[in-house]
Every structure is written in structure tokens, then in C-alpha cells.
Ligand binder design. Structure first.
Ligand code: ACO
Length: 327
């Protein structure tokens, strides 16, 4: 069976920065509360006209350059996102055109903050089954476009960003995606959602007035779920691979909240030096979070060829999952 091996990685974040000090001027909050409860210090925020597909395209171009793969060689573009430029077409189709991937199919995966994990799983299955040999996988979101900047309980949490990897089929190697776990519980849909703009409350329908087109989140419920889900998904993916946490060289979790990451790392007995963190710089970038983390881990020399990296994420759905990869 061919293995799905990561050939190159790219990233993109907007120039705009939003610090805790900026937020202090916008809502009744303070730097100390935000740092203590979330670990976030600043986030990147897209400006007017800056869209998810722009970040996704920039990340894709860098990933292609770093991988030595030409856009014309790609057979598929998958983008994990819940903040498409439009309801349709997909972000991945806009990227396909922008990079000139003239022989590729394209679709989006709607798994919120687990979007990259789900997308990587889809691409891996395509490659391992022999259906495709070169696939571009992106995770990108601009959640600040759907944040209510008068709601202190959500506006401090989110930022914009994206990352991308090029996967290619390789034979006779132990590198590549080892195992993946994907899980969901739709009964938790009520804990985090954007209710207006879909088919339940269409934007143009006067009856939709009063419904929010910004994020609602029951923070405490999502927090409790996340702490359990992160640990459970990691244990399960390790079990599937017949490995234990001590064999993981680097843990790159979804960067939503420092306390959630710390509790998952403690459950797995992972020392600090194996836990990658950049939540302080970006906040929760949803589908962008994990590939952005992987990118910075590579750039800083913490993630090298042959190392075992474990990713884990959770988000609106509710969905959660984990990938185990030999880099
Ligand atoms: N500044 C100051 N005070 C605040 C703020 C703020 N920004 N936000 C809330 N508070 C207040 C609350 O009003 C509350 O006050 P009260 O006790 O007087 O009512 C108090 O702080 C404590 O609120 P809690 O909700 O108990 O705070 P908690 O410790 O749970 O932290 C947080 C809140 C950070 C939101 C946490 O619940 C969390 O991280 N939840 C998970 C969020 C998440 O990871 N979402 C990911 C999914 S996103 C996706 O899929 C797109």
C-alpha cells in the first residue's frame, strides 16, 4: 500500500494584528483575564476584502514551492474550512484556479477546528487506496469575519490563518500518515454555531431577522467537551497504531486555549518540550490552527524528517479527531 507522505508545507496569516490591549478598548475585558483563561496575547485579523481563499492560496503556493511539486501535477485540492468566501462555490475551487491546478478535483471539508485533520484523512485515504498520487490539503479560516466584536466571551478567542501541505504517494517507506481517528457528536451542535445565513434562517428572508450571523458559543460546555475529546482521540489513535505516547516526538494540538492543551498533554504524560504552542500569537484560527502549528514547528527546527508527530483537534459539530504522522 502506498503511504501518504508530506512533501512540503506552507502557511499564511494576515498582516493585521489584534492585541489584548486593543480588545480592552473594545469590550469589558483585560489582558490578565485573557492570558489566564486562554493563553492568548494577540491574533491576526484579516482586513476588508481579505478572504479565506486568499490565505488558502498563499499557503498552497508556499507548500508547492517547498515540496517541489508543480500545481499541474496535483490530482485533488481539499480545503478544511467553515468560512468560505461565499456559501458556494468552495474555497478549494477558488484555490485550484488561483494556483493553476488544471488537472485537479476540488472540494471543501466542513469540520470547523478539526477541518485539517478531516481533510488530511480524506487525502490519505485517496492515496492509500491508489486512487490518487498527489493531493494538496489546506486548512484555513477567517473566523473573525463571523465574530461579534461586542461579545467579550467570544471575540477574544479567535484569529485568522491557514496552512497547507502537499501529500504524495510513496512506496517502501515508513514515513507518512500512520493512523487517523475521526469522531463526531451532532447532539452538541447547540453548543457552538452561526445560525443565520444557512438554509434554516436564510439571509434574504425577513423572518431571519433577529437570528445571529455571528458565532454563538457555550464556552463552558465546549471547554468540558474539548478536554475529554482531545485526550480520548489521542489515546485512540495511539491504540490504533499500537504505539504509546512516549513514542510521540512532537504534539501539535489545535490551538484554542492553553488550559485545554495543558490538560491533554498532562493526560498523555507529555513533557513541555514535546508540546507545540503558538496560541499566544494567533488565538484560535480554526482549520488553520494545526497546519500553522506544523509549519512553525518545521521552521523552528522542532519537527524534522522521520519524527512522529501527533495532531489533535475539536470544534463545532461537535467534531474531533487526531492524526499520527511520521514526518
Ligand atoms: N473578559 C473578562 N471576563 C470575561 C470574558 C472576557 N473576555 N469573557 C467571559 N468573562 C467572564 C464571564 O462573564 C464570567 O463572569 P461571571 O462569572 O460574572 O458570569 C467569567 O468571566 C467566567 O466565565 P467562564 O465562562 O466560566 O470562563 P471560563 O474559565 O470557562 O473561560 C472560555 C471561558 C475561555 C471561553 C473557555 O470556556 C473556553 O476556552 N471554552 C472553549 C472554547 C473553544 O475552545 N472553542 C473551540 C471551538 S471553536 C470552533 O469550532 C469554530
Amino acid at each position: 500500500m502506498p503511504r501518504a507522505v508530506i512533501q512540503g508545507i506552507g502557511h499564511a496569516v494576515p498582516e493585521g494584528r489584534l492585541t489584548n490591549a486593543d480588545l480592552e478598548r473594545m469590550v469589558d475585558t483585560n489582558d490578565e483575564w485573557i492570558r489566564q483563561r486562554t493563553g492568548i496575547v494577540e491574533r491576526r485579523i484579516s482586513g476588508p476584502g481579505e478572504t479565506t481563499s486568499m490565505l488558502a492560496t498563499a499557503a498552497a503556493k508556499e507548500a508547492l514551492q517547498n515540496s517541489g511539486v508543480a500545481a499541474s501535477e496535483l490530482e485533488l485540492v481539499i480545503c478544511g474550512t467553515v468560512t468560505g468566501d461565499m456559501s458556494f462555490p468552495s474555497v478549494s475551487c477558488l484555490v485550484q484556479d488561483a494556483i493553476g491546478a488544471s488537472h485537479a478535483g476540488a472540494y471543501d471539508v466542513g469540520a470547523a477546528c478539526a477541518g485539517f485533520i478531516y481533510s488530511l484523512a480524506s487525502a490519505t485515504a485517496m492515496i492509500e487506496s491508489g486512487t490518487m498520487r498527489k493531493v494538496l490539503v489546506i486548512g484555513a479560516d477567517t473566523l473573525t469575519k463571523v465574530v461579534d466584536f461586542t461579545d467579550r466571551s467570544t471575540c477574544v478567542l479567535f484569529g485568522d490563518g491557514g496552512g497547507a501541505v502537499v501529500l504524495a504517494a510513496e512506496e517502501n517507506t515508513d514515513r507518512g500518515v500512520i493512523k487517523t481517528v475521526l469522531l463526531s457528536d451532532g447532539s452538541g451542535a447547540k453548543h457552538i454555531f452561526v445560525e443565520a445565513g444557512g438554509t434554516r434562517h436564510p439571509m434574504h428572508d425577513p423572518a431571519s431577522q433577529g437570528y445571529r450571523s455571528t458565532i454563538f458559543m457555550a464556552g463552558a460546555e465546549v471547554y468540558r467537551f474539548a478536554v475529554k475529546a482531545m485526550g480520548d482521540a489521542c489515546c485512540r489513535v495511539l491504540d490504533l497504531a499500537g504505539m504509546d505516547a512516549s513514542q510521540v516526538d512532537l504534539f501539535v494540538p489545535h490551538q484554542a486555549n492553553l488550559r485545554i492543551i495543558t490538560s491533554a498533554a498532562q493526560r498523555l504524560n507529555l513533557p513541555d518540550e514535546k508540546v507545540f504552542l503558538n496560541v499566544q500569537n494567533y488565538g484560535n484560527t480554526s482549520g488553520g490552527s494545526i497546519p500553522l502549528g506544523l509549519y512553525e514547528a518545521v521552521q523552528s527546527g522542532r519537527l524534522k524528517k522521520g519524527m512522529v508527530v501527533m495532531t489533535v483537534g475539536f470544534g463545532a459539530g461537535l467534531v474531533w479527531g487526531a492524526n499520527l504522522i511520521r514526518w
